[in-house]
Design a protein around this ligand. Sequence first.
Ligand SMILES: [Zn+2]
Length: 321
Amino acid sequence: MNIGPIAIPPAGERAAGTFTFAGDAGLAKYEWPYVAIAGLMAGPTVVITAGIHAAEYTGIEAAIRSGRTTSPDSVRGTILILPLLNRPGFYERSIYVNPEDGDNLNRLFPGKADGTWGERFAHRLLTEIITKCDYSIDLHAGDLIEDLVPFVSYRETLDAALDARIQGMANAYGARWAVKTAPTGERPGTLMAVAAQNGVAAMVAESGGRGQLIEEDVARHVTGVTNILRTIGAISGRPARVVPPTIVKSFEWLRSPVEGIFHSHVRVNQMVKARDLLGDMTDLLGEPIAALTAPVSGVVLFIVTSPAIKKGGLLLAIGAL
Ligand SMILES: [Zn+2]
């Protein structure tokens, strides 16, 4: 059996190696790592992805670790792990984007067969691999210049049965916070959003950041993924009971009105009230040029840790409560 370009091993076995997207010279310059684990018993097909943002290392490391430690004896169905989607960006330490075309790969789905590098990659990943699976778990972290508090994210589809499966996954991860978006919500081109629109039970989990491979952040992802796999019946063992996350009312991204140096006055996971002072911007001589206030009350979910901010640049996000 194959899932797109990846040969799935016989039941009870694990295969690891690399694959490429043949017939497209731009894509086929690269080889992507994968692990495929085929269970002895029947069950769902699950794809676990990471590194669509190439410097979100805890997700990448957790996917690699899950691939090495999940025993075929425990698997029901098939688990496919793609630990580094943004292969061009990894050794470049790319922040947010893919160096082949400068676009954020997680905004380009469903992609285009004859588009830019990122659009073609998105099209082939989606049509050949993701939509052949029943479940999709996409692991992220704060980017190289972001700190965050762990949270899960998912999108409603208006298909009640699919939404229940998605929520069951998100609840099993063990995060304190969840961002749930409407079917017509912002950032429609994410892998998670388009996978869900195509009938795949899809979610994102965020843990870690700042380019650091902190063990606690990696372990949180591995534990969360394992508990999701148990919950959906993809591996044996009873899932741990975890407290479901609090779903925030909206996910408010704050951007800078000016170019300058960002001084944050808050930390991730801090509660803030609407109109609280969150930080300020100064120019390159230290003159204050903008005060940054909270648009809503809620919890700070991520903060950009680099002080060098362009006009319109992202600063932080609040989950409204
Ligand atoms: Zn990300």
